[in-house]
Design a protein around this ligand. Structure first.
Ligand SMILES: [Zn+2]
Length: 150
């Protein structure tokens, strides 16, 4: 059975390095300004590792926002996050990579699958124990394609 965290296997060394630094900075502690700075640093490093320009990053934190609330605006090249979440950060960043590489023509389903595979696989690769705990705690959305997860 497909699981997103096992699907994306090839990461640029710079992305892994940036992500290790991100986790070391404990990106779940602190106020909005601190988190924004830590997330931005990851976005810049990961963009550099991909050889693309950094997207903009907008924090629009809303206490009532559902888990996973985020959005990538391809026209302004902006990641919007409505809750602090590194999985959402990775996911929306992946949409930026897709658009920068002209892969957005492959369609919505492919883009979602690819973004979910990238975000969960990256998390699992860098922090496998923490990832497993998060899955067991039920805080990770979309661990499998919806059509197969019923
Ligand atoms: Zn998406």
């Amino acid at each position: 059975m497909r699981r997103y965290e096992n699907e994306h296997l090839l990461f640029a060394p710079g992305v892994l390095k940036a992500t290790r630094k991100l986790f070391k900075a404990r990106p779940w502690h602190g106020d909005e300004a601190r988190l924004r700075e830590i997330y931005s640093r990851w976005v810049d490093r990961a963009s550099e590792a991909h050889g693309i320009y950094s997207p903009n990053l907008m924090f629009r934190l809303e206490p009532e926002a559902p888990r996973g609330a985020g959005y990538y605006d391809r026209y302004t090249k902006t990641l919007f996050l409505y809750r602090p979440s590194i999985i959402t950060l990775f996911h929306e960043f992946r949409h930026h990579v897709q658009c920068e590489r002209g892969r957005d023509v492959r369609g919505r389903t492919w883009m979602e699958d690819d973004a979910r595979a990238f975000s969960l696989s990256l998390y699992k690769r860098v922090r496998p124990e923490r990832f497993t705990e998060a899955v067991q705690a039920g805080t990770v959305l979309f661990t499998q394609p919806e059509t197969e997860s019923a």
